[in-house]
Design a protein around this ligand. Sequence first.
Ligand code: ADP
Ligand code: MG
Length: 320
Amino acid sequence: MPVDEFGLIDRYFRDAGAQRADVLTGIGDDAAVLAAPPGELVVATDTLVSGVHFPEGSPAQSIGHRALAVNLSDLAAMGATPDWALLALTLPAADEQWLEGFAAGLSALAREHGVALVGGDTTRGPLCVTVQVLGHVPAGTALLRSGAAAGDLLFVSGTPGDAAAGLAIEQGACNASGAQRDYLRQRFLKPTPRLSLGARLRGLASACMDVSDGLLGDAAKLAAASGVAVEIDYDSLPLSPALRAVCGDSRARELALAGGDDYELCFSVAPPRLPQLLARLPPRQWHYTQIGRLTAGGGSRVLRGGTVMQFSHPGYRHFG
Ligand code: ADP
Ligand code: MG
């Protein structure tokens, strides 16, 4: 049974996400009215286009989850606590089964993080999802890309490269089976925004960003924003056992450096803060690894046994 736009919004989105007392007027009026939190607002928006950011025919639940997750990841990178989200949805047709899955994926993640869906827009056209998130930090504490200095240590959370292998499996470009296949697929289909880690890095990290376009390129962006160079130790890259088993060690390291869609945090810490970092956030509990350092100068290098690696793979062209 087809639903009209208003029925659709009512049915799938009015109760999606968390209920919050600071939503004075939510979905249903011309705009939402929100009681602003103390401190500073942190806002981000990101779009997922079908066939570009996810394969056509991706599970609806995954699209709903990822549309919010990629935005929450941006807030995590700023050390912010998310509060509200808006959803601009362009759909080829009001397919109820698809909408149910999409809303379930988005709503489950929103509720997990106490985020209320306070409005949006619904239009007809090729499938495209834009989410905007709003959150807050105590004044002056947002984590920026630009705060790193030469001598700072560089870390990454989780195990980068998994999502790129998961996408390759989704596209039929990589063979895997059993638990390893399931694990890697889920790392693409259902990324985890590192919100608690990001918030706890306030006051500890000198700079932070989320890794969405490949660790090496993104670390280079952090370094450039900070006016320094970055060195990554090839042998320190944290690899999941599944990634190594499915791709082999060398391909796994390539994916960890250059694969996309990780949504992990890459952050720098000044050496005097290291004892505090390790005490407050034990690495084994918080799952992060030192992968390199920031140095004077510019650009990015991958080191192995003290020498700069040269790659012929097109993804590494920027090594020069
Ligand atoms: P208007 O034409 O005044 O912009 P709409 O008909 O687009 O109003 O939206 C009606 C209400 O439903 C608004 O509160 C809007 O924020 C909300 N809304 C529309 N689409 C969505 C959506 N996909 N998700 C969440 N809320 C939505
Ligand atoms: Mg509208």
